[in-house]
Write a protein that binds this ligand. Structure first.
Ligand code: HEC
Ligand code: HEC
Length: 269
């Protein structure tokens, strides 16, 4: 697959530098597992006004999504769906994207009020699931998932850490993650396929990339370093390395896996 324009990529370094500077300067690094202290009707109203002024330009009127920012009313959030997680996303932003936080310009209270407003327009409630979570856990351990994913500190580095995936995903979305992994692959999980001028071909995750060099982690967990000038071919693969499980697992097994994953939350740790 050929490279598309990559706004996320080109902004990545600046954002990374910003985050490091922020930590060194001892700036607030967000709240931890805290519930929203501002959830009264007035808070929701104030949050709505603030949202209209600062956020709707990208996220659309009523948070329904715009050209420059995603829909925030679906009840599903990529980054975190707990109150504290939303607080952190809003105050700190999402590094490497147009979503810059409002940390410097707003008080904690107004950020919480925006969280209250977003809750009022989205339906991110916990729901009951049919599957058997312990059967799901056995499938997870026996099914090769651990080679790519970390849960509670153990596992591979080829896919996202799933330790608190239940906070970020609804059961429906988890099911689609399992049966249709190519649907939305974040740039972080794109892979590179390169050919060195000595004939070596390597495919894997791009771990870091500088002006002159590139490091790739292949599927055998071997880390390769290349000088870019030595590479004859380098292609970006934008599909997921994760197999689609719709055909290899039964509906019941998929339900069990979803039940297991949905139960992985901060609260259960
Ligand atoms: C300049 C455009 C822009 C503005 C202004 C902006 N956002 Fe965003 N926001 C984005 C983009 C783009 C993303 C998606 C980031 C990504 O790729 O993960 C995002 C992501 C988010 C997310 C995470 C969604 C998820 O799925 O986890 C939240 C929550 C959010 N914005 C809230 C806000 C709030 C609240 C404000 C106002 C205080 C705001 N944004 C202002 C562009 C913007
Ligand atoms: C070869 C590596 C690999 C294997 C094996 C694998 N995954 Fe994944 N998985 C990934 C990658 C890469 C992503 C991120 C890209 C995407 O969305 O597909 C991902 C994404 C996910 C997501 C969405 C998480 C998120 O934050 O976006 C879930 C849930 C998930 N995998 C569960 C599983 C389960 C359960 C199994 C075993 C049945 C499994 N994976 C096997 C590589 C793998």
């Amino acid at each position: 697959m050929v490279h598309k324009n990559l706004p996320l990529e080109s902004m990545g370094w600046g954002a990374a530098v910003f985050v490091i500077v922020g930590v060194m300067a001892g700036l607030p690094t967000g709240v931890s597992a805290q519930a929203n202290p501002y959830t009264m009707v007035q808070d929701v109203q104030t949050g709505e006004v603030l949202f209209g002024r600062q956020c709707s330009v990208c996220h659309g009127v009523g948070a329904g999504g715009g050209e420059m920012g995603p829909d925030l009313t679906t009840g599903e959030f990529e980054h975190s769906s707990t109150d504290a997680g939303l607080f952190n996303t809003i105050s700190e932003g999402v590094p490497g994207t147009a979503m810059t936080g409002i940390n410097r310009t707003r008080t904690d209270q107004s950020v919480w009020q925006i969280v209250a407003y977003l809750r009022s327009v989205s339906g991110g409630e916990r729901v009951a699931v049919a599957g058997d979570a312990s059967a799901g856990e056995r499938l997870y351990r026996g099914g090769g998932c651990t080679g790519c994913h970390v849960i509670d500190g153990a596992g591979g580095r080829h896919g996202p850490n799933l330790s608190t995936i239940g906070d970020r995903r609804s059961p429906d979305r988890l099911l689609s993650d399992l049966v249709d992994p190519d649907e939305r692959v974040q740039p972080r999980w794109w892979r590179m396929r390169v050919t060195h001028r000595n004939g070596t071909r390597v495919e894997g995750l791009r771990m870091n990339e500088g002006t002159y060099s590139l490091r790739i982690l292949d599927m055998d967990d071997e880390l390769w370093s290349f000088l870019k000038k030595d590479l004859l071919v380098s292609e970006r693969i934008e599909t997921s390395s994760m197999p689609a499980y719709g055909d290899t697992l039964t509906d019941g097994e998929l339900e069990d896996l979803v039940a297991y994953l949905y139960g992985l939350t901060r609260a259960d740790q």
